[in-house]
Design a protein around this ligand. Sequence first.
Ligand SMILES: Cc1ncc(COP(=O)(O)O)c(C=O)c1O
Length: 361
Amino acid sequence: MYPRLVIDIDKLRNNLDAVAKITKDDGNCSMMIVTKAVCADEKVVEMIAQHPQVDYIADARILNLKSLADVAHKNGKETVLLRLPMMSEVEDAVKYADLSFNSEIEVIKMLNAEAAKINKTHKIVLMIDLGDLREGIFFRDEDIIFNTVEEILKLDNIQLEGVAVNLTCYGAIIPKNDNLQVLVDIAGKIEEKFGIELKIVSGGNSSSIYLIDKKDLPAGINNLRLGECFLLGNDTAYGTQIEGTVKDAMILEAQIIELKKKPSMPIGEIGKDAFGNVPYYEDKGDIMRAIIAIGQQDTTLDSMIPVEEGIEVIGGSSDHTVLDVTNAKRDLKVGDIVSFKVEYGALLKATTSKYVEKVYK
Ligand SMILES: Cc1ncc(COP(=O)(O)O)c(C=O)c1O
């Protein structure tokens, strides 16, 4: 069935080996591997769970943690809920995540109550916002940080495991030695003030890994949470490729349903497309246009890169993607399959779409 995502488990394992070498051997960090961009795909999770250097398996969605918790635990990995728990999911958070990331004391108290009901200790990591302005207690509000820690330490069924920051995903702030040092300092102050030891000082995601290579990760950062850098080989701070990884471990394939020579410019007054955008067209005269049966319900058009030279994605709608194949090297026909490397947006949608079959190599 098409469209389909072809997942090469061996290539993903090699990518994970490369990322683990940097993170664990060179960086001395524990490693949370993040499965959300593959929608916690069962076979990918199995490979991650069996990888000897992975410490935790993390996801932002409870449904994903629910599906992966057994295999993670069987292989001795802890499960982590990365997105702050909704009040409506605290029961499942405690059930399926050994550890969750938090910034709201009311929610942490609810987690404590749920954990007490099932006689469990739930671990939490307190999120600190270093200026990216997504989740976390703002780093300048030290009083709030300390008051929150004080409250947490009163809870019988919650264990404060550490502190963490997330950068780049929202505010696009790049992790550097100076901003991550602020997290290390906050961790140190918490430890000193409360006489406790924090096991985790988590310095971010795939945008932080480049600091290890530069020998610029502050001492004291001892954990990273990594998704994109092992799935797609990307250092997401500067867009370079992580040494030892490949970018084609997952290939998206779609089938041509129409192939015709037509003008490159639509004819008539241009209004808004299906998504409310006013499209821009380049007038290249008549071109060979191929329509493939995959659309924005299944992928993100600007993050699919044709594997073959001479093929260009020129637009699409919810069910269709239009390609300019005028310069294709292959003599294309209706029914032929076109392959694409994927970037993050396309991967996320393709793995989430029930219309995209997943097959394995
Ligand atoms: C809190 C948190 N940590 C880590 C990650 C993993 O990010 P990346 O895929 O860039 O490594 C995410 C991504 O969703 C996240 O939200």
